[in-house]
Structure formats: structure tokens, C-alpha cells
Design a protein around this ligand. Structure first.
Ligand SMILES: C[S@@+](CC[C@H](N)C(=O)[O-])C[C@H]1O[C@@H](n2cnc3c(N)ncnc32)[C@H](O)[C@@H]1O
Length: 245
């Protein structure tokens, strides 16, 4: 005989019924996934505590923009721990979209876990990297990327340029000897500025031996949004690799 279950009191269902359409994918990504990857005041920065694997090297990308380069590098190097710093929330959401595969209109399960969607080798600092500098131990990073930083080309804004003696001192402190600082730019004012600032730095040397070394993208390069914009607008990017002495 069939059980007579009153229609107004259905049994509770605990399993997954269906995925849900994300209409505001970016805000969902920021709410759901950013807290899992975000570096906060209480985060222990010891590489093997920051990540759930034996970290071979640590890389930093400052101002990762839409995150294409960071996500691509992290996917190619599951053995490396990456910290990405960006203040622009839309960019952070885009990075989260790249590493989770969740886009506008994607259908995802209510129970989706980050660990099922990526190598789990990226942590995000969603603020000005200079606030994190003081917490980073000496000789921590094997490589730092600064790709297409805001050029602030007007002379009166020169103090805002990220490559400056104060930041270079911090970068020299946190990059390991023989570690790499890679700077890409498409702006003529910034190109000369970087060459001048780096020439004056006692801590780094330029690794280029010929024009090809800095006029063409490095072998492991991944195109960024600002690089595409520069090329569309007829500007030639340069790629400066500096090694820590
Ligand atoms: C011109 S965009 C380039 C973005 C990306 N690297 C690319 O190539 O497409 C510079 C980015 O750096 C970020 N940025 C600037 N200063 C920063 C800082 N002190 N800490 C973290 N991010 C910063 C900005 O929010 C911006 O998204």
C-alpha cells in the first residue's frame, strides 16, 4: 500500500537537486572563492603553510590585472606557489573565473569546492602590495612579475611610478639572490624610467645580452590584456629581466 504523505509536508531533501545559474558571476566569485584564497592579516606566509603541497619556489605577480598571466603561469607550474596582488575587484573576479572555469551564466553546483577546480597554487592579496611587503620575509621570492604597470607618464606624477628606489629596496630584500624581477612595459616614458632606475639600483643587473632578449617576449610568456591593447594601438612592448645580485 502506498504511503500517504501529505502534500503540504514534503520530506526534506539533502542532496544536490541542480546547479544554479549565476547571473552575477563576478560577485558570486568574489563572495564564495576570494575568502578561500585571500591573504589576510592572520595568514601564515610560510610557503608550506600557505599551500597544501611541498612548494619548490615562490613567485609574485604585482598588479595582475585580469589574471591571464598569473593563471597561465600557475597552471604550467603546479610545483610553484604564486601570490598575486591586485586592488581592482573586477580583475580579481576575472582571475577567479579563469581558475574556476565559472563564467557569466555558468551552471555550478551549490557544493562546488575550489580544490576540485584548480592546482590550488595561487593566493591572492586583494590590496596594495606595499601593505604586504613588510610581512614578507627576506629572500622569499624566486621571481617577481610587474607587467605593464601604470606608466604615470606626466612628470608631476613620476612619484607614483611603481619602480622607484623605495620599492626597489623592498624588492631587493624579498627576492632571492639570482632571483628574477621581470618588468614589461609599452610606454616610452616608462621604458626609459625603468632603465634609469634599474641602472641606479645597486642590487640588480640586467640579464639581456642582445636586443632580442628584451624586444621579444620571454619563452614562458603569457599575453596580457594590456599587452594586447598596446599592440592594437601600435606600441611595442619590451620585456626587461633583472636578476638579484
Ligand atoms: C595597467 S594595469 C596592467 C594589468 C596587467 N598586469 C596586464 O598586463 O594586463 C596595472 C594594474 O596594476 C594594479 N596595481 C597598481 N598598483 C598596485 C599595487 N600597488 N598593488 C597591487 N596592484 C596594483 C592596478 O590595479 C592595475 O590593475
Amino acid at each position: 500500500m502506498e504511503a500517504n504523505i501529505p502534500a503540504q509536508n514534503p520530506p526534506k531533501f539533502f542532496g544536490r537537486r541542480k546547479g544554479r545559474i549565476i547571473h552575477k558571476a563576478k560577485s558570486v566569485l568574489l563572495e564564495k572563492f576570494l575568502p578561500q584564497l585571500k591573504i589576510t592579516e592572520s595568514t601564515d606566509l610560510t610557503p608550506n603553510k600557505l599551500f597544501n603541497f611541498a612548494v619548490e619556489k615562490m613567485y609574485l605577480e604585482i598588479g595582475f590585472g585580469n589574471g591571464e598571466h598569473l593563471a597561465g603561469q600557475a597552471q604550467s607550474h603546479p610545483e610553484i606557489g604564486f601570490i598575486g596582488a591586485e586592488v581592482f575587484q573586477n580583475g580579481i573576479a576575472n582571475l577567479l573565473s579563469l581558475i574556476t572555469g565559472i563564467k557569466e551564466g555558468s551552471q555550478i553546483s551549490e557544493n562546488i569546492e575550489l580544490k576540485n577546480t584548480l592546482n590550488d597554487n595561487i593566493r591572492i592579496f586583494d590590496d596594495d602590495i606595499r601593505l604586504l611587503f613588510k610581512r614578507i620575509p627576506d629572500k622569499y621570492f624566486d621571481r617577481v612579475f610587474l607587467l605593464f604597470p601604470d606608466p604615470w607618464p606626466k612628470k608631476r606624477h613620476a612619484a607614483r611610478r611603481f619602480i622607484n628606489p623605495e620599492n626597489l629596496q623592498e624588492l631587493a630584500r624579498i627576492i632571492k639572490p639570482q632571483g628574477l624581477l621581470r618588468i614589461a612595459t609599452d610606454h616610452p616614458v616608462y621604458k626609459s624610467w625603468v632603465l634609469h632606475q634599474m641602472h641606479n639600483s645597486p642590487d640588480f643587473y640586467w640579464t639581456a645580452t642582445c636586443g632580442k632578449d628584451w624586444k621579444t617576449p620571454p619563452a614562458d610568456w603569457i599575453e596580457t590584456k594590456y599587452q594586447r591593447k598596446a599592440l592594437r594601438e601600435g606600441r611595442r612592448p619590451v620585456f626587461f629581466d633583472y636578476a638579484r645580485k
